[in-house]
Design a binder for this molecule. Structure first.
Ligand code: ARG
Length: 460
């Protein structure tokens, strides 16, 4: 067991199992690159400020880089008794370059160090997530472009409502993801801030230059208050929220995919590469990937709840409770990135069963609003037209017919102004074509929508 960095005032030491409970090294080693980056910036600043000598700084940086290299080559052995990534690196540095390594921690604390690491990590991952969302949006846009003319049933209450274009339906997810992206981008304002130099809580007596480390680390802003710098975990909660909401959106689409690929709907066929079979039922082809994404919302939402509760009631400044911010964020980031990647593949390879969709929409009453609109066109108030159509629908259900099959004399018995042109008016594709209001489902309006969407994406 290595000597504790804080061992000076202790006579005894924790037993191994207590160390194990206290340690975060098994998960915060994920921050090794950020920790080294922060330390190099700190050492550089210490040298520039004359707090350490330039040759000492050079040694420190050289040592840190060799540690980083060995870590990526799986040659670094961490010790649980050294608690976390910060103390493990410091211990290793002193082992490699001698006592000079002990100068690195001048004018800083693990409290601002861990905050710096987490800001760097969150910024990096949020940018990766933004690109992954954008690349998924491109797949949605491609799919939409191919299916402007594909008509499908639109639902409310999961009951057939009105015919819509498949492109219109799928583009909804483009816009949800556009909002997600904008939330992530907005959060970057509060993520991209440097806490380094806040030290334990109150700042430091050394003549450090916090603005220099801010610049060296590429941060856009700086915490104005050293206590706030080490106590703030809002940006983690905000990121967990943004991840959770984006996962909720993916889960809604997953639910549609699951329904669409069912025997009952047969609207789409998933590619074999994104489906799995059953160990007992040879005929099965299951949409496991979509189900898993729907299921994983449980964990991302859980991580958000857990962090909100962890922070509630924490006094200023650092408290060890804050160590709990890491595993949930790492897992949420990993989950969202994985889900976006899988979903993109699933969408790129699935087949939209266009003829099944257009025949489906002929076997329902989703053109009932058309009949009402037809009567409104003849000068009948909408409320009255609604009542008449309701009666025609009831007659049709009782006689096992759909609106396109109702004989003209029956129509005329409900209203004399209904003429032969009603059969064309009731065609689902005519219904779609007429919905030209801004943002509506007509081919014309959907094409405009797609054009707007395209202009928002980075050229690929
Ligand atoms: N492992 C700790 C964490 O993740 C680092 C900060 C520890 N600071 C301290 N004063 N014990 O929160």
């Amino acid at each position: 067991m290595s000597k504790k960095a804080w061992g000076g005032r202790f006579e005894g030491h924790p037993e191994e199992w207590v160390d194990a409970f206290n340690a975060s090294i098994h998960f915060d080693q994920n921050l090794l690159d950020e920790d080294i980056e922060g330390s190099i910036a700190h050492a550089t600043m210490l040298a520039n400020q004359g707090i350490i000598r330039q040759d000492e700084c050079d040694h420190i940086i050289e040592g840190l880089k060799s540690i980083q290299k060995d870590f990526h080559n799986h040659q670094l052995v961490f010790q649980e008794s050294l608690e976390d990534i910060h103390l493990n690196i410091e211990h290793e540095l002193i082992k490699r370059i001698g006592a000079t390594g002990g100068k690195l921690h001048t004018g800083r604390s693990r409290n601002d160090q861990v905050a710096t690491d987490m800001h760097l990590y969150t910024k990096k991952e949020v940018n990766v997530i933004i690109s992954a969302i954008e690349s998924f949006q491109k797949s949605i846009l491609q799919l939409a472009k191919h299916h402007i003319d594909t008509i499908m049933p639109g639902y409310t209450h999961l009951q057939r409502a009105q015919p819509i274009s498949f492109a219109h339906h799928i583009m909804t997810y483009f816009w949800m993801l556009e909002r997600d992206k904008s939330r992530f981008k907005d959060a970057l304002k509060r993520i991209d801030i440097s806490p380094l130099g806040a030290a334990a809580l109150s700042g430091t007596t050394y003549p450090i230059n916090r603005h220099e480390t801010m610049r060296l680390l590429g941060f856009n802003d700086i915490y104005e208050n050293s206590l706030d710098a080490v106590s703030d975990r809002d940006y983690i909660i905000e990121t967990l929220h943004n991840i959770s909401l984006c996962m909720v959106h993916l889960s809604r689409l997953a639910e549609e995919i699951i329904f669409w690929s069912s025997e009952e709907a047969q609207f789409i066929t998933l590619s074999d590469t994104f489906s799995t079979g059953s160990s007992i039922m040879p005929q099965k082809k299951n949409p496991d990937m979509a189900e898993l994404i729907r299921g994983k919302v449980g964990r991302t939402t859980g991580h958000l709840m857990s962090m909100l509760v962890t922070l509630k009631g924490l006094p200023l400044a650092y408290n060890k409770d804050m160590q709990e911010d890491k595993e949930g964020l790492f897992d949420a980031v990993h989950t969202l990135k994985g889900s976006l990647r899988i979903f993109k593949g699933m969408l790129d390879t699935m087949t939209v069963n266009t003829s099944r969709l257009s025949s489906t929409v002929r076997k329902d009453f989703s053109n009932a609003t058309e009949l009402a609109d037809y009567l409104v066109g003849k000068g009948i108030p909408f409320r009255e037209a609604h009542e008449i159509v309701g009666k025609v629908v009831l007659w049709s259900i009782q006689n096992n017919l759909y609106l396109l099959d109702v004989p003209i004399d029956i129509y005329q018995s409900y209203h004399p102004m209904i003429e032969h042109d009603i059969y064309n008016y009731l065609q689902p594709d005519e219904a779609v074509k007429r919905r030209q209001s801004y943002g509506g489902t007509s081919q014309k309006a959907v094409s405009q929508q797609i054009e707007k969407a395209q202009s928002l994406l980075e050229p690929s």
